[in-house]
Design a protein around this ligand. Structure first.
Ligand code: ADP
Length: 643
């Protein structure tokens, strides 16, 4: 029989399919099962109006059969089938836009042709029927169309063409018979003859196809053997096979909420997403909209996977179109700041051959993504309000992620996210939100105060916070590296701005006090200038402090760079060797004994006065959690002054 030629597009795709080294070739099974399921859908639809079909819903099935001797794997369905013309037009040309897309992607990846394409992309495309050639050296499609009284077989061994000839098939439907490629040293195709492999591929990709997927399953049973010499019957085991439905058919996220316990959802989460602990929350969505209808089951984990803050972690939700898995991790469905969310989205309105690029622009997907973002946010708020302990556990794992989110996109999400942040309140001895802070503020308090540092122990002793505490104002502790940046992105909460206790203005002094301070500063002007000079450019200003109570001096910063930023930038390695430096201000406590001693020395012994300045500066630097420029010089000065 004369061989027919594939249309040129098809031929090229086949070439690529056959020649490339794939990591995802296993998806051929998903594609064939999905085609079989579509064919059954079509016949099922016809059956609604045609009672001559003689099949009821329960008769429809997809079957897998293995013939080890001949190395064939067969996928059969009792769906609509194809006529000879349909075999020709459906399988002789590339029907799917996804396949075309796939081809150009593949060619782009293969680049100059030096190395074979890395096939990571393949799982993202609906590549259709031709994917059978990734694993087969010969494919036969035996099909009998609904309403026809004869069958035909389409056969091809690859790009050089195909034949179509008359054949026998008892009833309508299709068998795709794949003769697997020969095993090579580093590649096994025989694995697709293994019950275990097929079983797990069905579970992985097609578990939720609504028609039963049936295959032989090997089981073991007890049989009684001949009695032994004591008359006791010997017990033997024998293997036998049984036809079994492998897929669970109705996915957990498709079942009504009332029928699925939280425990079942949690188990699904642990099993499917490799989590070790229960999630903090599960979100069920069933949306019927004009733009798109879909179901979703999302999980907010309570612990971060070990690789969460590394490049290895891949965010995204599992995306199904009518129960067929089309993408394992679709990141277009989640904003970056919720990248910890796991789960599935299933919509009948999406096409199977959606690709990563088209996804970004897909209107329906955008609608879903924006709804899901709101759902996640409101669930987090609910946890925060109603299940604080659980929220705290979640927050310990992902709070940092939310803070990064606050800073991303130039602070565009700050308003949405800031209500989800928690900070340690030493006054209440627990983590609180900014709103909770504001609610507890004494009436006259103007700002929300915070202190950044490496830990509560150091912050408890921060001299800058003393006057605030004296007034009964709480000071929130921010102990993550990015907190100082995050604090700046927070904006005002209920009209109250945030102020760092190490900033240059706490906004505490009343008019009267401010005047007094100014007076006292001008009285001490010469001394203050002397201090600045003797420290030789290490501070940009020395001033008298309105805030210090028991400490003799402290450092603050003016301008855009805070002390916390300085500390942060100098701990991370940047490309430029320059160090980031805050504009340091040394504040002195005029009512402290050391200040008095400094003042006396200034009048009688300038050398000694300079040493006092040096010592106070060193103390302030240490209290701010910054390193000393010259440790031995500092020690010398302290010893000399106390000798
Ligand atoms: P797609 O399924 O996206 O259309 P395929 O290349 O997988 O692309 O299949 C091409 C066409 O072949 C299908 O549209 C369908 O009409 C037909 N087809 C494939 N498999 C079957 C089957 N098992 N039964 C009936 N028709 C089939």
């Amino acid at each position: 029989m004369a061989k027919k030629q594939f249309k040129s597009e098809s031929k090229r795709i086949l070439d690529l399919m056959i020649g490339s080294i794939y990591t995802h070739r296993e998806i051929f099974l998903r594609e064939l099962i999905s085609n079989a399921s579509d064919a059954i859908d079509k016949l099922c639809y016809i059956a609604l109006t045609d009672d001559k079909i003689g099949l009821t819903r329960d008769d429809f099935k997809i079957e897998l059969a293995v013939d080890r001797e001949n190395r064939t794997l067969t996928v059969s369905d009792n769906g609509v089938g194809m006529t000879a013309e349909e075999l020709e037009s459906n399988l002789g040309v590339i029907a799917r836009s996804g396949s075309l897309k796939f081809r150009s992607e593949l060619e782009a990846q293969a680049g100059g042709g030096e190395k074979p394409a890395d096939m990571d992309i393949i799982g993202q495309f609906g590549v259709g029927f031709y994917s059978a050639f990734m694993v087969s050296k010969n494919v036969r499609v035996l099909s009998r169309a609904y309403g026809a009284d004869s069958a035909n077989v389409w056969e091809s061994s690859g790009p050089d063409g195909y034949t179509i000839s008359p054949a026998e098939r008892e009833a309508c439907g299709t068998d795709v018979i794949m003769e697997l490629k020969d095993d090579a040293e580093d590649e096994s195709f025989a694995e697709f003859l293994e019950e275990y492999t097929l079983h797990s591929l069905i579970k992985k990709y097609s578990d939720y196809i609504r028609w039963p997927i049936i295959m032989d399953v090997t089981k073991s049973r007890r049989v009684e053997g001949e009695p032994d010499k004591d008359g006791k019957p010997a017990v033997n085991w024998e293997d036998y096979t049984e036809r079994e439905t492998i897929n669970s058919r109705v996915p957990i996220w498709q079942r009504p909420k009332s029928e699925v316990t939280d425990e079942a959802c949690f188990e699904f989460f642990r099993e499917q997403f490799g989590a070790e602990s229960d999630p903090a929350a599960v979100i069920r969505v069933s949306a019927e909209g004009a733009a798109v209808s879909y179901k979703a089951m999302l999980f907010i984990p309570s612990k971060a996977p070990y690789d969460y803050f590394t490049r290895e972690y891949e965010p995204g939700l599992r995306l199904y179109a009518s129960g067929v898995l089309i993408m394992e991790k679709c990141d277009a469905l989640l904003p970056e700041y919720f990248r910890f969310v796991r789960g599935v989205v299933d919509s009948a309105d999406l096409s199977l051959n959606i690709s990563r690029e088209t996804l970004q622009h897909d209107r329906q997907l955008k609608t879903i993504a924006s709804n899901l973002e709101k759902k996640v946010r409101s669930e987090l708020s609910r946890l925060l309000e109603q299940e604080r302990e659980k929220y705290a556990e979640f927050y310990a794992a992902f709070g940092l992620q939310l803070k990064y989110g606050l800073l991303s996109d130039y602070g565009a999400h700050a308003e949405k996210l800031r209500e989800l942040l928690l900070f340690w309140s030493p006054a209440q001895e627990k983590l609180i939100t900014l709103s909770e802070y504001v609610k507890n503020m004494p009436e006259e308090q103007k700002y929300i105060y915070y202190a950044c540092g490496s830990g509560a122990a150091a912050l408890d002793k921060l001299p800058q916070a003393e006057p605030l505490r004296a007034k009964g104002y709480d000071v929130l502790y921010m102990t993550d590296d990015i907190d100082d940046f995050a604090a700046r992105a927070l904006g005002a909460i209920d009209g109250k701005e945030l102020r760092s206790v190490t900033g240059d203005d706490l906004g505490l002094t009343g008019d009267e006090e401010a005047r007094e301070l100014e007076q006292s500063e001008s009285d001490n002007r010469e001394l203050l200038d002397f201090i600045k000079e003797s420290l030789g450019g290490r501070i940009s200003e020395a001033r008298l402090s309105a805030r210090l109570v028991s400490a003799p001096a402290c450092l603050t910063a003016k301008g855009g760079v805070t002390l916390e930023m300085e500390r942060y930038f100098n701990t991370i390695k940047t490309e430029s060797p320059e160090t980031v430096r805050a504009e340091r201000v040394m504040e002195l406590n005029a009512s402290h004994a050391v200040f008095a001693a400094l003042k006396r020395a200034y009048e009688t012994d300038r050398d000694k006065a300079a040493k006092y300045a040096e010592m106070l500066y060193g103390q302030s630097v240490l209290m701010a959690g910054l390193p000393l420029d010259d440790v031995s010089r500092f020690c010398e000065v302290v010893s000399e002054l106390t000798a």
